[in-house]
Design a protein around this ligand. Structure first.
Ligand code: ATP
Ligand code: TZP
Ligand code: MG
Ligand code: MG
Length: 273
């Protein structure tokens, strides 16, 4: 993947202002909307069963996040995913806390098996659990990574026909054939809640500006662009932050002012296999 395509995709987000329908969690709703606005997208948070199908169909992409589940939200996620699939609107799924409780595992498995998901984005432990590679989930945080994660991720993406993103200090992206490692970001991202949830929304914004029938390779490139923009913004924010509080504020500013050229210069993307 060429670094200049990262800045082209960022420019597309800033000029098209894609509408991203988020069903996200109670902890992060506001910051996900603000992160999307800062990067140039247009967020809408909508949960009512009566309208989610219409909202999904009017959107450029849908981002579904399992952070604070209940049966009403699961129902809304199902109606949304069904409508999005019918309308060829790409769905990004964040299996927050998969591996932590049987309920989360059941919902994640159902969403993955029943609907076409363009991208599944979780931390390494959540993805490790889903792909059968182990890893330990403590609430919504990763504390251990299984050895076989990378190979199993690739196999799982091929079987499910989707792109899988596993984040952490190093992020991994696969389209089921290729595997990339991404080494941008900053440890302060792990000190604020919602850093993964904001990234999931931003991946939605980027996937929302490419063609609806894009190949998995092209969706994977788009995820790499989104993650690299976000993580370079994290690096820039860390330069002025004195801790998690100032870091979160600086992250919005960095997303807003982010230069495509800077991202291209600082990108650390490698094809692993
Ligand atoms: P968790 O629930 O464990 O916080 P998450 O869903 O928030 O997981 P993370 O894996 O923390 O997701 O990733 C969120 C973002 O933070 C990603 O962009 C990732 O690259 C970045 N990130 C997380 N930890 C680090 C780190 N130690 N160094 C650099 N970047 C990091
Ligand atoms: N509890 C349920 S959802 C949530 C918490 C703390 C936020 C998780 O956000 P992230 O981005 O996965 O760290
Ligand atoms: Mg986090
Ligand atoms: Mg998460």
């Amino acid at each position: 993947m060429k670094n200049d395509s990262i800045s082209e995709l960022l420019l597309e987000v800033r000029t098209k202002h894609p509408l991203v329908h988020n069903i996200t969690n109670l902890v992060v709703t506001n910051i996900v909307a603000n992160a999307l606005l800062a990067i140039g997208a247009s967020p809408v948070m909508a949960y009512a069963n009566e309208e989610v199908g219409d909202v999904a169909l009017a959107s450029a992409a849908v981002a579904l996040n399992m952070g604070t589940l209940d049966s009403r939200i699961v129902n809304a996620m199902e109606i949304t995913a069904h409508a999005a699939n019918e309308g060829q609107v790409p769905v990004v799924f964040d299996p927050v806390g998969a591996g932590f409780t049987p309920y989360r595992n059941e919902v994640a498995t159902k969403m993955i098996n029943k609907y076409d998901l363009a991208v599944i984005r979780g931390n390494t432990a959540e993805i490790g659990f889903l792909v059968g590679a182990g890893g330990t989930v403590k609430g919504v945080d990763a504390i251990g990574v299984g050895d076989s994660l990378l190979l199993r991720m690739v196999q799982y993406a091929r079987i499910q026909h989707c792109v899988i993103v596993a984040t952490g200090e190093t992020d991994y992206v696969t389209d089921g054939r290729n595997l990339w490692s991404l080494r941008n970001g900053h440890s302060l991202l792990a000190t604020i809640t919602g850093s993964g949830c904001m990234l999931t929304g931003i991946i939605g914004a980027f996937v929302g500006v490419i063609e609806r029938d894009a190949s998995l390779l092209s969706i994977a490139h788009t995820c790499i662009a989104a993650i690299t923009c976000y993580n370079v913004a994290g690096e820039i924010a860390a330069q002025t932050a004195s801790g998690p509080g100032t870091f979160q504020v600086a992250l919005f500013d960095a997303l807003y002012h982010l230069s495509g050229d800077t991202v291209s210069d600082l990108a650390k993307v490698e094809l692993v296999m």
